[in-house]
Ligand binder design. Structure first.
Ligand code: AMP
Length: 217
């Protein structure tokens, strides 16, 4: 099976993985699997998954590996994933990356590209604390560089723009620390396998997107 359209977005929280994943998912007609979105939905719906995940997320900690691995495993079994997918926010630990490798081995498939969005540390912190998202359609904006036409209102659907609980100052620092400790080692992991494409994420959304697309095609 061709592995080109099995894509992973890697990078610190706030570098724009979600924004790019939506665009790529639309262009190549592959489902976007965002563990963060799935967990936030679960919290909204007060499901048992949400109840399990909430305290970790609010504290800026990672949800336990077995929980997120289970979520992704279920999703990847879906019919819509047969011709590819884009993972946003997974894997985030070495254990998750190895679990993904095992899942793919079972169906003799491989990862096409790992798109690593790279950015300076201070810029990341700034972006995270400026991030706002629509509570209705989840579209994201940023008070520093991507403002909606009307303050506090989503351009897409008119929904209210809110700051995620885990984007508040103290939590942002903790999420960043956790990223450095647990997720950054994956850069090496995928680089050694020749899968990593490093992209400068400090440029505008369209520039980053075009670079990603030319790397994939
Ligand atoms: P995100 O929207 O990707 O920044 O994720 C928000 C939060 O959800 C993270 O800070 C974690 O608490 C949790 N989360 C999302 N994806 C994962 C994952 N792959 N492993 C563990 N926790 C995750």
């Amino acid at each position: 099976m061709k592995s080109d359209m099995r894509l992973i977005m890697l990078g610190a929280p706030g570098v724009g993985k979600g924004t790019q994943a939506i665009k790529i998912s639309g262009k190549f007609n592959i489902p976007k699997i965002s563990t963060g979105d799935i967990l936030r939905d679960a919290i909204k719906n007060n499901s048992s998954l949400g109840i399990k995940a909430k305290s970790f997320m609010d504290a800026g900690q990672l949800v336990p590996d077995d929980v997120v691995i289970g979520i992704v495993e279920e999703k990847l079994k879906g019919k819509d994933c047969i011709s590819g997918w884009i993972l946003d926010g997974f894997p985030r630990t070495l254990q998750q990356a190895q679990a993904l490798d095992s899942m793919l081995q079972r169906i003799t498939a491989g990862i096409g590209h790992v798109l690593f969005l790279d950015m300076e540390d201070e810029e990341i912190i700034k972006r995270l604390s400026g991030r706002r998202s629509c509570e209705n359609c989840q579209h994201t904006y940023n008070t520093y560089f991507s403002l909606p036409k009307n303050e506090g209102v989503c351009d897409n659907c008119g929904g209210r723009l809110v700051q995620r609980n885990d984007d508040k100052e103290g939590t942002v620092r903790e999420r960043f620390r956790v990223y450095k400790e647990k997720t950054e080692p994956l850069i090496n992991y995928y680089s050694q396998q020749g899968l990593l494409q490093k992209i400068d994420a400090s440029e505008g959304i369209e520039i980053v997107y075009n670079k990603i697309c030319s790397g994939i095609q």
